[in-house]
Design a protein around this ligand. Structure first.
Ligand code: SAM
Length: 282
């Protein structure tokens, strides 16, 4: 039987590094990703990066509907073969970064994101769903292992950052499996991990998304400086005003922003609103 690599070769397909084309072919791994995502016959799945359609096909077997985006039109003939008979799959040959997410969500309803993401756009894609994905119930994504650790980090660790805090506000996040580089064609220079984010549980409400984003920006503005100094620099306020904010948020003087948990950042966000530092609507 012809392998996926044979099919790609027969079509004269050349892998494009600039699109982050590292494909997976291992059936067990593909099935494991679909299981990690909790896909069942009631779910609509949005995939970013169809590639040669291996994950798309595995998703198609379990989901109600799969909408998959692929930037590289030269995969069209390959996909016509590999996704033959997958009646619940729609491949959209467009750059996902240019898509209008609210319009797409109106056509999808509630959905899950499942993807082996192109590494060069991992964080912007994830942040888009975290911040704007109103109908997104969760994401299960293959990313570089180092990036996966940052997404799930605990407050106060070197891996903890603005992206971690943004994800934590939306839901729970955990690494479900690590994946060695040998599982990809062509082989990348780093190992990967599958991260499962569940936006239906583990998140918390904030008084204003804009205020929470501002609190996060203040906390991580400069890791070497105290939160007090970051507040002064970012909000252009006096030291006494910064101290009053910290006291109201129950944060001790002298702490660094990176030690604040996402829940503490939400309290700081509330104080930013109370003190009138957030002008934007929630
Ligand atoms: N899903 C396949 C798999 O697991 O084997 C392919 C994954 S590969 C890591 C990422 C895919 O995303 C590539 O096929 C690449 O062409 C596509 N891609 C890269 N940037 C994209 C973008 N901005 N919009 C849509 N697809 C993109």
């Amino acid at each position: 039987m012809e392998t996926l690599n044979d099919t790609l070769r027969r079509h004269g397909f050349a892998f494009k590094k600039q699109y982050g084309q590292n494909f997976i072919t291992d059936r067990n791994l593909l099935e494991a990703i679909v299981s990690d995502a909790g896909v069942d016959g009631s779910k609509t799945v949005l995939e970013i990066g169809t590639g040669a359609g291996a994950l798309t096909r595995a998703l198609s077997r379990r989901a109600a509907r799969v909408v998959s985006y692929e930037i590289d039109r030269s995969l069209q003939a390959v996909l016509a073969e590999t996704l033959e008979g997958c009646g619940n799959v729609e491949v959209v040959f467009r750059d996902f970064a240019r898509e209008d997410l609210p319009a797409l969500e109106r056509s999808l309803g509630r959905y899950l994101v499942v993807a082996n993401l192109p590494y060069y756009v991992t964080t912007p894609i994830i942040m888009r769903f975290v911040e704007e994905g109103k109908c997104c119930d969760g994401m299960t994504v293959m990313v570089q292992e180092e990036v996966a650790r940052r997404f799930c980090a605990q407050a106060g660790t070197a891996d903890y950052g603005a992206v971690t805090a943004a994800i934590a506000r939306r839901g729970s996040c955990r690494i479900t499996r690590t994946v060695p580089r040998t599982m990809f064609t062509p082989r990348p220079n780093v190992d990967s991990a599958v991260v499962h984010m569940d936006f239906t549980r583990g998140g918390f409400p904030v008084c204003s998304d804009a205020a929470y984003r501002m609190a996060v920006r203040c906390a991580f503005l400069s890791r070497r400086k105290t939160l007090e100094n970051n507040l002064i620099a970012m909000l252009k306020i006096s030291r006494p005003a910064a101290r009053a904010l910290l006291a109201a948020a129950d944060v001790a003087e002298g702490v660094r922003g990176e030690t604040l948990s996402p829940a503490q950042l939400a309290v700081l966000a509330e104080q930013l609103v109370q003190a009138g530092y957030v002008k934007e609507q929630p």
